[in-house]
Design a protein around this ligand. Structure first.
Ligand SMILES: [Zn+2]
Ligand SMILES: [Zn+2]
Length: 427
């Protein structure tokens, strides 16, 4: 195994509060040393990191890898390649596969396959209910023993409050966090975008903000009562954020994430009927985007997650109302977030950005990642924060080309990605 000396970068580790210009040594797959002006040792490959950040590999706790069952959209391999290209070293895959990941055997099998087929570390989020049908609970203890790090019925949110309460109580008992896509589906049936002035003008059925807020309030109440850790997925509304703040003040264990697209785009992106602007939750109003941005800056929103959702071209090339929800995000997330930070006047320091992209998401699900501590596995990303680049989906490693950022110029890109000390991405 090759050893590396990453030289002359800005070393950022939120876990240790570290922000210094220094060198970082990777030896035998682990972080060996961080100090200014380290002398190269025999056999070490020296990489010049001038002008770059050296940070713990990024962590995305919300990814759809589409396996098993939908390998025409993405595979463990292509999804993993997209992740490492984007600077991610750990990703969590969602259970809405075919079949859904609702049994220990399926979780175990996917983890074993990922070990062989994915160049990125993969963690599994198991289903919250059997078949993700929102009726019967899963065996959470067995799922946890099989390696699941959390449970979620993302894409098919549990509608019955009684089922949700039992599920959260049972997950709390075994210490599994519950991740929820918050959507009261009686309010969103047949809808394809946010309900507001744009949906009215386009003549499309819309999803009201209340559909998200109602379930955030419901789930947070249940978190208070059951002691379950609740993580709200892809928060999209200002009202939802206010509710999370309220329930945290009451002592609920609630965390949340925001996607890059909900920080950069509004429902106006749907005006050309571009199906790459169709996602669930939908793009909301400029006021929502401002509120989410403020929440991320203040730390009320804990982390960034992509909700990477690849679809085949023929699926997205349907009329707006018929096309599936979702966009890819692994290869654009870092550039989007740095661009967002630049657009807003750099409210977040590099250290705070890395906290939201790596350390904090790892903490939320208890993943062994998000730090450059000496002795830790060398999951490291070298980021060029200034480079400008144009988004061209034909260059994506992901099989999904469905990006609303096509043609955009973004700022910042991963230059090298290391996993366990192995350089998995970068020239
Ligand atoms: Zn979702
Ligand atoms: Zn999702």
């Amino acid at each position: 195994m090759a050893d590396y000396l990453l030289r002359g970068g800005r070393v950022l580790d939120p876990a240790q509060g570290l922000d210094v210009h220094a060198d970082l040594r990777i030896r035998a797959g682990r972080i060996a040393e961080i100090a200014p002006q380290l002398a190269p040792e025999a056999g070490e490959t020296v990489i010049d990191c001038a002008g770059c950040w050296i940070a713990p590999g990024l962590v995305d706790i919300h990814v759809h890898l589409r396996e098993p069952g939908q390998s025409h959209k993405e595979t463990l391999q292509t999804g993993g390649e997209a992740a490492i290209t984007g600077g991610f070293t750990s990703i969590c895959c969602m259970p809405n596969t075919e079949p859904p990941l609702d049994s220990p055997a399926l979780v175990r099998e996917l983890l074993q396959r990922a070990e062989r087929e994915s160049p990125c570390r993969v963690y599994v989020v198991a289903a919250l209910t059997q078949g993700m049908r929102g009726e019967q609970l899963c065996d959470y203890e067995a799922l946890k023993r099989a390696g699941a790090v959390a449970c979620s019925d993302d894409a098919f949110p549990v509608q019955s409050v009684a089922v949700m309460r039992c599920a959260m109580r049972a997950c709390a008992a075994v210490g599994l966090p519950v991740l929820t896509h918050c959507e009261e589906t009686v309010l969103t049936a047949g809808a394809s975008m946010h309900e507001g002035e744009v949906s009215v003008r386009l003549g499309l059925r819309g999803m009201p903000s209340s559909a998200e807020a109602i379930q955030i309030a419901r789930n947070a109440l249940l978190a208070l009562e059951t002691g379950c850790h609740l993580h709200i997925q892809h928060l999209s509304t200002a009202m939802g954020l206010e509710l999370i703040r309220f329930f945290r003040r009451q002592g609920a264990s609630v965390t949340t994430e925001v996607t890059p697209h909900h920080l950069l785009l509004t429902h106006h992106a749907c005006e050309g009927f571009d199906t790459n602007a169709k996602m669930n939750p939908p793009l909301r109003t400029p006021a929502d985007v401002d509120a989410l941005s403020e929440g991320l800056i203040l730390g009320d929103i804990d982390c960034i997650a992509t909700d990477h959702a690849p679809h085949a071209r023929f699926e997205k090339e349907q009329p707006f109302g018929l096309a599936p929800f979702g966009i890819v995000g692994l290869e654009t997330a870092l550039g989007c977030v740095l661009q967002w930070n630049a657009d807003r006047g750099e409210p977040l320091s590099p250290l705070e950005l890395i906290a939201r992209l790596s350390t904090r998401p790892a903490q939320i699900l208890g993943l062994p990642a998000g730090t450059l501590r000496t002795g830790a596995p060398a999951d490291v990303v070298v980021i060029d924060p200034e480079v400008r680049w144009q988004v061209d989906p034909t260059q994506f490693r992901s099989m999904g080309k469905n990006s609303p950022f096509t043609g955009w110029t973004l700022r910042g890109k991963a230059r090298y990605t290391f996993i366990g000390g192995v350089k998995v991405s970068g020239e």
